[in-house]
Design a protein. Structure first.
Length: 143
């Protein structure tokens, strides 16, 4: 149970919501606009992306969708495990982006690729890269 309470790699505080809820969500997921582009990199800063984090992840990506960005890179390089519920949320996010004529690319660590990505046919749905620079370059080719 302790593993679920201490999710942040940046802090050893016990996080249970309340006034620190926003801080926790920002530590687990971060977003930044990449230089000279209209691409947002969403970084998942946890090593296990499970149903426990889905609600916070949905809130984070919905706020980005409301900001009128269309091109996203989801950086999963720190994730060693992605469960089916979290993966379903990523697919829902992808569908929302496609409805807005945008695109989503995934970045994973080749030495620590989650089984849910490596052992499935998600490569047919997503463009999956091992480096952030390759994902950025692929956006430049399509625009």
């Amino acid at each position: 149970m302790k593993d679920y309470l201490l999710r942040s790699n940046h802090s050893t505080r016990l996080m249970l919501g309340g006034p620190t809820f926003v801080t926790v969500a920002n530590e687990w997921f971060s977003a930044k606009k990449l230089d000279n582009s209209n691409i947002i990199e969403i970084k998942v800063n946890i090593n296990r992306a499970t149903s426990y984090e889905v609600k916070r992840f949905k809130m984070h990506i919905d706020s980005l969708l409301n900001a009128d960005y269309r091109n996203y890179i989801l950086n999963l390089s720190e994730c060693g495990l992605i469960d089916s519920i979290f993966l379903g949320t990523i697919i829902t996010f992808y569908k929302k982006i496609k409805a807005l004529n945008g695109n989503l690319k995934l970045v994973v660590d080749p030495n620590n690729t989650p089984v849910s990505i490596s052992k499935t046919s998600l490569g047919e749905i997503f463009d999956i890269y091992t480096q952030i620079e390759a994902a950025i370059y692929s956006f430049n080719l399509t625009n």
